[in-house]
Design a protein around this ligand. Structure first.
Ligand code: KG4
Ligand code: ZN
Length: 339
C-alpha cells in the first residue's frame, strides 16, 4: 500500500502545503508574505493574519497539483516547533481539524529536523542522489545555525550551534545596516555576484569547538560602515557589490571552517547543507569546492527545499509514519524547542 502524507508549514512567514507519496514529492505550494518587507523584519501579528488568509487556498492547490483528494491522505504532518506561536497555531489547527475530521493520524514535526531531512527528498526514486547514514548536515536558517550528525531519520545529534545570531540573521542584519529591505540575505547574494570578496576584511570570530558566533561580525560591519560613511557619504552606494561580496565571503568562510572541523572530528564524508541560507550561491559553490578537495560526498537540497517549505514537512511526516510516531490531538505548538 502506498502512503500519502499531507504536510503543512507555517512557522514563520511562509504558508506552505505539500503532498508526498512514499517519500516522493507530488506538490510543494508556498505563499510568501510580502507584508513584512517595509518593517525590516517579520511582524508576528501580521504573519498570523496572513497565514489565516493563505492556508486554505494553499492547501487546495497542494491537493490539486498532487491530483489527490483528502480521502487519499494517510496522515497530516505539521510544523509543531520552533517558530512564532501565532503562526504555528494556524498550521496546527488546520492539521488537527483535518486529522480529526478524516480520522487519520496527526504527526508533529520539528522544523529543524525537517530542514535536515529535505536532503532525503528524491531518495526513493534515486538512492544515489541522497546521503547515506550517518551524514553531517550544516543547517543554516534565519533562526538557527547547527551542525548535526544524522544517524537515521529520527536520530540526530547537534554537535555545534550558534551562541548568538544565526547565519541568516547575520545576512539580514548586515543588509539592514546597508539600508536593504528584509529579508536581506537574498539581496546580499544578488549584489555580491558582481563584487570582490577580498576588497574589505571582516574578522573571523575565535569560538572554541564547533560552535558559531555572528554578533561580533555584525558589530564590526556596523562600525566599519559608520566610519566609512563619515569619510565618504556615498560609500555604500559606490561600493555595494564589494561590501556584499566581502560580508558574504566572511559568513561563508566561518560556516565552512567549522564544517571542515566537524568532518575531521567525526570522520564522516557524506555532508549536506540545509535551511534558507543554503540557497546562497557562494555558500553552495564553496561547499562543493571544499567537498571536492577533501573527498566528501556533498548534497544540497533543490533551492525550493532549502528555504521554508512544506515538502520537507511531508517527507519528515512520511518517515515518522513509517515509525508510527503519531501525536494526540491535544499536542501543543512550542515557540522554542531544542532539537
Ligand atoms: O530556512 P528559512 O527559509 O527560514 C527559517 O527557518 O528561518 O531561512 C530564512 C533565512 C533568512 O535569513 C534569509 O535571509 C536567508 O535564509 N536566505 C539567504 C538566501 N536566501 C534566503 N541568505 C543568503 N543568501 C540567500 N540566497
Ligand atoms: Zn526554516
Amino acid at each position: 500500500m502506498s502512503i500519502s502524507i499531507l504536510g503543512i508549514e507555517s512557522s514563520c512567514d511562509e504558508t506552505a502545503a505539500s503532498v508526498c507519496r512514499d517519500g516522493v514529492i507530488l506538490s510543494n505550494i508556498i505563499a510568501s508574505q510580502q507584508v513584512h518587507s517595509r518593517y525590516g523584519g517579520v511582524v508576528p501579528e501580521l504573519a498570523s493574519r496572513a497565514h489565516l488568509q493563505n492556508i486554505l487556498p494553499v492547501l487546495d492547490q497542494a491537493l490539486l497539483k498532487a491530483d489527490v483528494s483528502l480521502t487519499d491522505i494517510n496522515a497530516v504532518a505539521f510544523t509543531q516547533a520552533p517558530g512564532l506561536i501565532g503562526s504555528l497555531l494556524v498550521g496546527a489547527q488546520v492539521a488537527k481539524s483535518l486529522a480529526f475530521s478524516m480520522n487519520i493520524p496527526l504527526i508533529a514535526v520539528h522544523h529543524m529536523q525537517a530542514h535536515v531531512l529535505a536532503n532525503l527528498i528524491g531518495g526513493n526514486e534515486n538512492p544515489e542522489s541522497v546521503p547515506a547514514f550517518p551524514f553531517l548536515c550544516l543547517t543554516v536558517s534565519g533562526g538557527h545555525t547547527q551542525i548535526v550528525v544524522c544517524n537515521s531519520p529520527s536520530q540526530m545529534k547537534v554537535i555545534g550551534e550558534t551562541t548568538d545570531d544565526a547565519a541568516g540573521e547575520a545576512f539580514d542584519k548586515s543588509a539592514k545596516i546597508l539600508g536593504l529591505p528584509y529579508p536581506g540575505g537574498p539581496l546580499i547574494d544578488q549584489y555580491a555576484s558582481s563584487g570582490d570578496p577580498l576588497r574589505f576584511k571582516f574578522p573571523e570570530p575565535q569560538i572554541p569547538g564547533l560552535n558559531f558566533s555572528f554578533s561580533g561580525l555584525k558589530t564590526a560591519i556596523l562600525y566599519f560602515i559608520q566610519n566609512e560613511k563619515a569619510k565618504t557619504p556615498y560609500f555604500i552606494e559606490n561600493n555595494l557589490p564589494d561590501i556584499c561580496a566581502s560580508i558574504q565571503g566572511r559568513i561563508v568562510s566561518i560556516l565552512l571552517n567549522k564544517l571542515k572541523k566537524a568532518a575531521t572530528q567525526t570522520g564522516i564524508k557524506d555532508i549536506c547543507l540545509a535551511g534558507g541560507v543554503a540557497a546562497n550561491k557562494r555558500l553552495r559553490k564553496s561547499f562543493e569546492e571544499t567537498g571536492k578537495s577533501l573527498g566528501w560526498k556533498t548534497f544540497i537540497p533543490k533551492m525550493e527545499y532549502c528555504t521554508d517549505n512544506a515538502a520537507m514537512i511531508s517527507v519528515t511526516g512520511y518517515y515518522k509514519y513509517l515509525d508510527q510516531e503519531f501525536s494526540p490531538l491535544s499536542v501543543t505548538v512550542t515557540a522554542r524547542a531544542s532539537w
